[in-house]
Design a binder for this molecule. Structure first.
Ligand code: SF4
Ligand code: SF4
Length: 196
């Protein structure tokens, strides 16, 4: 019984000498290769050349500092709970006297790690953060040879004091406007507390 029209009758015809030497196949392959010389290249010379990306592209994370240069993260763990890939781990510590300039809150992340091999760049950690500490940026995660090099610690994640990163570009106008409201807590909008 014939189930589909895709079946082909196998030919038992004896191959010619040129067919046995793969000459028609080689010629066909060469023609296909030559035709690509006149087509637009589908590849780019990454990393020297970058493809255009969307304004809301979600790339490597950054742990932001506040306007005084102190780390915003308070190690609450909400980003780790929200992460569907279980890519985030952290260890908290209590801020000591004299460290007010380093950490904004009384509790801070002593260690904070993201496993970039697990991360699916969904952005849920950014949405869950009540301190506006973690953001995804337009930077690509670099390729590495060793698996452990994909576990990014604070050395790679915390924003450098002298190299601040503007994350407003990849946020919608509504979110950017929302964040300008002084003293407004991150989640109040969702709890219906914000009066329009
Ligand atoms: S972007 Fe998504 S997967 Fe990656 S760390 Fe954040 S929540 Fe987890
Ligand atoms: S990045 Fe935000 S959500 Fe994650 S532990 Fe720090 S303060 Fe909490």
């Amino acid at each position: 019984m014939k189930l589909t029209n895709r079946s082909k009758v196998v030919s038992n015809k004896e191959q010619s000498l040129s067919e046995r030497m793969y000459l028609p196949g080689i010629a066909k392959g060469m023609l296909i290769t030559a035709s690509h010389l006149f087509k637009r290249r589908a590849t780019v010379k990454y990393p020297d050349e970058l493809r255009p990306i969307a304004a809301v592209f979600r790339g490597q994370h950054i742990l932001k500092r506040d306007e005084n240069g102190a780390e915003r993260c308070t190690a609450c763990g909400l980003c780790a709970v929200a992460c569907p890939a279980e890519a985030i781990t952290m260890e908290s510590a209590e801020r000591k006297k004299g460290e007010e300039g380093l950490y904004r809150e009384e509790k801070y992340a002593k260690t904070y790690e993201i496993n970039m091999l697990r991360c699916i760049f969904c952005g849920l950690c950014e949405e869950a953060c009540p301190k506006e500490a973690i953001f995804l940026t337009d930077r690509m995660v670099a390729t590495e040879f060793e698996r452990e090099d994909f576990i990014y610690g604070k050395d790679k994640l915390v924003e450098k004091v002298d190299k601040r990163i503007d994350v407003t570009k990849r946020q919608t106008i509504e979110v950017a406007e929302f964040k300008k409201i002084p003293g407004l807590k991150h989640n109040e909008l969702w709890q219906g507390k914000l009066k329009k």
